[in-house]
Design a protein around this ligand. Structure first.
Ligand code: SF4
Length: 480
């Protein structure tokens, strides 16, 4: 056989034809380089999803809003408690439906916490799933796509949790035009007895300070002027870098950036709330007087069993100091009911503490026994019905406390960032320093001037309060 007068071995010809076909296939598929990504769970997972999107964008893949338009279907899962696992499995099976019509050309990928814990189970019990990637492998998402595209398979299982490589890229946030999350660390080295996260995410690893400041600068230049610092435990930041708690250093550096308007700190741990940090929050106007301080319980016996480092007395002293030093502070917390061994008396102590402390916002979880955690084998377990009754009692109490907290703010003038309009287009919907996105209530703003821009921050007088949301008016309206 000759080609162009040159002798050619048949195998060369075959591989040339294969190559040509592959190129044509790729060209044909290029319009199908599309993916649909569903991000479940918390904001830390959301940042991982945003990083994956950026990696995919840089490798030529395009995101679409509807699963039926996508060649690749990705679910970034949460899997730290039972309800999160159930939600993730329902979402996977839901997306699997979209594969049915195009079994050969559409791929389903499960990412994040759930496969980090249960990769083999997922692959064996859900054959629709084509690939899994764990929390350390986000950075390989485009390789997974390419492998599926070329060979129809990706055989690797999640690696050891521990990589923060995927966080080191400039990503485009998927949040409102005004706020963005910055994940300052990955993993957790606290060993709360009920928590599977250290196993899923590995030990605490702080990102380098310069890297975080660069990210903050890039985001603020793009107009994201509220930056929200997140990690499993933000106050531990820096300890693994050079043995010092460096959240204050990080905050100072970020606040020095001219385009940053507000910095919010979420998920602080009480015993690493240092005087330096509290004083900085007092002196630096760009730091929101808002804290999310999960306490989990207020009975010393339960705190001990949970392997938390606080006591009811130390928590109370800290909260009193915070409120004295930071007038206007909005305090959010989380508690857990139904932990093994929780008695009626432990629960009474928790309720008494909540009534006394009066958190402005509070979330409540029912204990979920997670394999691999010390609490999994702890006994006696609390009956499900009892735990549910306790959960409802906490939430009922908090409903009243939140309303009272809101009512106490009526009459105040606060800067509100407008993030959307309500369904009827009557109110703008926004947040002040006192409302974190995604978890807190919102402020409905009535404005006479309807030309206000989404993303704009304006002074608003709070005029009414419900159980959760607040209502305000723009100042020209309120002066009438
Ligand atoms: S601080 Fe405790 S509850 Fe929070 S992630 Fe770490 S181990 Fe889990």
């Amino acid at each position: 056989m000759t080609t162009g007068g040159h002798a050619c071995h048949p195998s060369d010809f075959i591989s040339a034809v294969r190559q040509m076909l592959r190129c044509r296939l790729n060209q044909d598929l290029s319009p199908k380089q599309t993916y649909y990504l569903l991000s479940l769970g918390c904001t830390k997972n959301l940042v991982d999803s945003e990083s994956m999107s950026q990696i995919l964008l840089e490798r030529g893949f395009r995101s679409v809003d509807q699963p039926e338009q996508a060649r690749f279907l990705v679910v970034n899962t949460c899997g730290f408690i039972q309800s999160a696992k159930e939600e993730a499995i329902a979402a996977i099976l839901d997306l699997a439906e979209y594969k049915k019509a195009e079994e050969q050309t559409r791929f389903l990928i499960v990412a994040g916490c759930l496969p980090q814990r249960y990769a083999r189970d997922i692959l064996s019990s859900m054959p629709e799933v084509d690939a899994v990637i764990g929390t350390a492998d986000y950075v390989r998402i485009a390789d997974v796509f390419s492998s599926l595209q070329a060979y129809g398979r990706w055989d690797q299982l999640p690696g050891q949790a521990g990589s923060i490589e995927h966080l080191m890229i400039n990503r485009k946030p998927s949040t409102s035009p005004a706020h963005a999350y910055i994940k300052i660390a990955e993993g957790c080295s606290n060993r709360c007895a009920y928590c599977a996260i250290p196993g899923i995410r590995g030990p605490y690893r702080s990102r380098p300070l310069e890297d975080l400041v660069n990210e903050a600068e890039a985001l603020s230049r793009q107009g994201y002027d509220e930056l929200i610092l997140i990690a499993q435990d933000t106050t531990r930041y820096g300890l693994d870098l050079d043995g010092r708690l460096r959240l204050p250093d990080l905050l100072r550096a970020i606040c020095a950036l001219p385009q940053v308007r507000l910095v919010r700190i979420l998920y602080v741990y009480a015993d690493t709330m240092t005087d330096e940090l509290i004083d900085l929050m007092r002196d630096e106007p760009k730091i929101a007087r808002y804290l999310d301080l999960p306490i989990q319980h207020a009975s010393d016996r339960m705190l001990g069993l949970m392997n938390r480092r606080d006591t009811a007395t130390s928590l109370k002293a800290l909260i009193e100091r915070l409120r004295q030093t930071l007038p206007g502070l909005i305090l959010r917390s989380t508690v857990m009911v139904g932990f093994p061994g929780e008695t009626a008396d432990d629960f009474r102590q928790l309720m008494k503490f909540l009534k006394e402390i009066r958190f402005d916002r509070l979330g409540c979880f029912i204990f979920s026994p997670e394999e691999g955690t010390p609490a999994y084998t702890m006994r006696p377990r609390v009956r499900r019905q009892t735990a549910e009754n306790r959960y409802h009692a906490v939430m009922q109490l908090q409903k009243d406390l939140s309303r009272q907290s809101n009512l106490a703010r009526v009459g105040q003038i606060v800067d509100v960032t407008l993030e959307s309009t309500d369904q009827d287009g009557i109110f703008y919907v926004g947040r002040s320093y006192g409302e974190a996105p995604d978890v807190d209530p919102v402020i409905y703003v009535a404005a006479r001037a309807y030309g206000l821009q989404i993303g704009q921050t304006i002074p608003v007088r709070l005029v009414d309060a419900g159980d959760y949301d607040l209502t305000g008016v723009t100042l020209d309206e309120s002066s009438e």
